[in-house]
Design a protein around this ligand. Structure first.
Ligand SMILES: NC(=O)C1=CN([C@@H]2O[C@H](COP(=O)(O)OP(=O)(O)OC[C@H]3O[C@@H](n4cnc5c(N)ncnc54)[C@H](OP(=O)(O)O)[C@@H]3O)[C@@H](O)[C@H]2O)C=CC1
Ligand SMILES: Nc1c(N[C@@H]2O[C@H](COP(=O)(O)O)[C@@H](O)[C@H]2O)[nH]c(=O)[nH]c1=O
Ligand SMILES: [Zn+2]
Length: 368
């Protein structure tokens, strides 16, 4: 049976649903399953599932549990090839066969060596018709963290910057300067919510006193771990980050040793101190990302400032750039942006442009 427009609509719905737990499933990707029954009349969604917060149970078994006996003869739309391995849970591919599902439409193959292709084989051996690679780019976009982690062994990195109409990102000594409007700010908070870790330099922490939390209504518990690159432990004890360290994790990446008084004070205030290597120009970023990957983090958002953005770009560690361009200039005394739409580093291609209120959002991807 060929892939229909209805199949693509259902897959689009499954991918949208998969965004819900992004950033909250640990090392597991946030996968969604939609089970649809078609008796020749009107197709009906009889079950849906999403990878649970923390990573388990998996999406397929949740959807099957909701559908019960109605799953027999149904079509399952899955955003990732169903797993084939006995891990913390039994294989989802076997669960789909047991439930009597007739057809599986999948968006993308799982690069996990325990699964890759085996999941489809179990389905086909169990008599299930399989359609693979339906809306693959859309599913891969949603799962960039998991796929980057699996394929190149480090977290996926998005650099997010707000740039004024005259190519500046702030003004020295002025604290946080409003460059973009409320619509862009809400979109940035959503990016925070779907990221595992958000990184800033100590320059930004001192200048702006940011909280770096997600403050969208109802999503306050979706904040990522907040990480400050701070070789010398200059982070003040009375800043917002330290004051909220017990509500949402704050990691301070440093080269200062534990016997230092500053180390002890930050640690007592609830911060997590992370011992890092010094590259000579700052915290060594490839090693930092390796450590974050080892701790199970798959998506990193870099929120600045200028020096940190430049370091990530120079080290070729940025996969995606989200650039918000505000309508007003900052003026001569502003901090120059490390990049603008006119000054984009080599290797990045513009993938989409959106309008948020009076702002433009440009999204670039690095070609691998
Ligand atoms: N418009 C926007 O989107 C944003 C604008 N801003 C603005 O940016 C400005 C701050 O930028 P900036 O002064 O450049 O400060 P940064 O936030 O980039 O911090 C730079 C400092 O971080 C420390 N650091 C540690 N490791 C590294 C590394 N690998 N690479 C670079 N830095 C490292 C260094 O201090 P040490 O050696 O002590 O460790 C360095 O001086 C402010 O005006 C702020 O308002 C900030 C964020 C977003
Ligand atoms: N989240 C998810 C899958 N994730 C798969 O399971 C692996 C982790 O296995 P485990 O540690 O046992 O939970 C992960 O690397 C990926 O291959 N698979 C699925 O069938 N459905 C799901 O919803
Ligand atoms: Zn599974």
């Amino acid at each position: 049976m060929a892939v229909s427009a209805f199949d693509r609509r259902m897959m689009a719905a499954a991918i949208r649903y998969s965004w819900r737990n992004l950033g909250r499933t640990g090392t597991n990707p946030s996968v969604a399953t939609v089970l649809v029954r078609d008796n020749g009349d009107v197709p009906v969604i009889i079950g849906r599932g999403i990878t649970a917060i923390g990573g388990r149970p998996h999406a397929e078994t949740e959807a099957i549990a909701e559908a019960g006996d109605l799953a027999r003869g149904a079509t399952a739309y899955v955003t990732l090839e169903p797993c084939a391995h006995h891990g913390s849970t039994p294989p989802c591919a076997e669960a789909l066969v047991r439930a009597g599902v007739r057809r599986v439409v999948s968006a993308t193959t799982d690069p996990d060596g325990r699964v890759s292709g085996r999941g489809y084989r179990i389905l086909e051996d169990g008599g299930i018709e399989v359609e693979a690679d339906v809306l693959a780019p859309e599913a891969q976009y949603a799962m960039s963290g998991y796929l980057t982690q699996r394929e190149i062994g480090r977290p996926h990195v998005t650099l997010k910057l707000a740039v004024s109409a005259d190519g500046r990102i702030g003004r020295r000594g002025a604290g946080q300067v409003a460059i973009t409007g409320p619509e862009s700010n809400a979109a940035s908070h959503l990016l925070r919510a779907t990221s595992d870790v958000i990184i800033v330099g100590i320059g930004t922490a001192l200048e702006d006193d940011p909280a770096l939390t997600c403050r969208l209504p109802g999503m306050e518990d979706c904040s990522p771990a907040r990480l400050v690159l701070d070789r010398e432990l200059r982070l003040p004890l009375d800043c917002k980050l330290v004051r909220t360290a017990r509500q949402s994790p704050v990691i301070v990446a440093t080269t200062v040793l534990p016997n230092d008084e500053r180390y002890r004070h930050l640690s007592e205030a609830g911060c997590i101190l992370m011992a890092c290597e010094d590259s000579g120009d700052g915290i060594a970023l490839p090693e930092l990302l390796d450590d974050l990957a080892a701790q199970g983090h798959a998506t990193v958002m870099v929120e600045g400032g200028a020096a940190v953005a430049r370091s990530f770009l120079d080290a070729h560690l940025v996969d995606r750039i989200r650039l918000y361009v505000g309508p007003e200039p900052i003026g001569e005394d502003g901090v120059d942006a490390p990049l603008t739409p006119e000054r984009m580093p080599d290797g990045f291609a513009l993938k989409r442009t959106d309008v948020f209120g009076a702002d433009r959002r440009l999204e670039y991807e690095r070609s691998r």
